[in-house]
Design a protein around this ligand. Structure first.
Ligand code: KIV
Length: 264
């Protein structure tokens, strides 16, 4: 298997073939996920929740991200590795360049940041400097305090139109991928169809180009289960390898997410 690139994921979108992504934070899971054929690994700042036991992703530092990205990259997975820019490390374009450089040098091939049109200049600058960027809209966990909790986003006409406009602006700025988190399925479908870049969903229904889940959630070992997660480990008789292979296959076949894992 060759290393997966962003161009490959763009090709899959054009062909209408779905792709899968899981979070990972260490070398062992990096290898297991790669062997299952999963196209992407996100070293997410969700490590604040599942590794560090924090309530939110806000306390995660750049040093934390660099450490875990290096652990994942050390396993040399075939997956494209994407790393999150942590809380308040991309408030200005210049600050974002330094943070993104550290994330790429730690071993990522793409960076992800949370927010809408206000990131236009930052994304354009990173793109000009040769860094592939993924934007993240919908429920953006770094802004959970401003959003008033972990809630579905874009349910009314005003916020839905704003999300579509943001998505188009971020693509125009140069974003190569978009993550939509906790967004009604119809809106996610519309956004995905309106963009040429791959759109990856988490709690965004089946009509997007790829799916991402937090590893600990889909293995059923997180302290709480949320609507958009399926416990693949329970279905795989307790085998982690089989659970990850099942997830990948169910995404490819468009059996996951089902309506019961999606929002209206
Ligand atoms: O940090 C993370 O794991 C994420 C996913 C929830 C998309 O951003």
């Amino acid at each position: 298997m060759k290393k997966i690139t962003i161009s490959h994921l763009e090709k899959l979108k054009k062909q209408g073939e779905k792709f899968s992504c899981l979070t990972a934070y260490d070398a062992t899971f990096s290898e297991v996920i790669s062997e299952a054929g999963v196209e992407m690994i996100l070293v997410g700042d969700s490590l604040g929740n599942v590794i560090q036991g924090q309530e939110t992703t806000v306390p995660v530092t750049l040093e934390d991200m660099e450490y875990h990205i290096a652990c994942v990259a050390n396993a040399s997975p075939n997956c494209l590795i994407m790393g999150d820019l942590p809380y308040m490390t991309y408030s200005t374009p210049e600050q974002a360049y330094d943070t993104a450089a550290a994330i790429m040098q730690a071993g990522a091939q793409m960076v992800k940041l949370e927010g809408g049109e206000w990131l236009y200049a930052t994304i354009a600058g990173l793109t000009e400097r040769g860094i592939p960027v993924c934007a993240h809209l919908g429920l953006t966990p770094q802004s959970v305090d401003a959003l008033g909790g972990f809630k579905v986003q874009g349910r009314d006409d005003k916020t839905a139109s704003k999300m579509l406009l943001d998505a188009k602006a971020l693509q125009k700025a140069g974003a190569r991928m978009l993550v939509l988190e906790c967004v009604p399925s119809k809106l996610a479908k519309l956004i995905s169809e309106s963009l040429s870049i791959p759109v990856m969903g988490i709690g965004a229904g089946v009509d997007v180009d790829g799916q991402v889940l937090v590893l600990h959630d889909m293995l059923g070992i997180s302290p709480f289960q949320v609507k958009f997660v399926r416990n693949f480990m329970a279905e795989a008789n307790g085998s982690i390898q089989d659970a990850i292979a099942l997830y990948h296959n169910e995404v490819k076949e468009q059996n996951f997410p089902a309506e019961e894992h999606s929002f209206e």
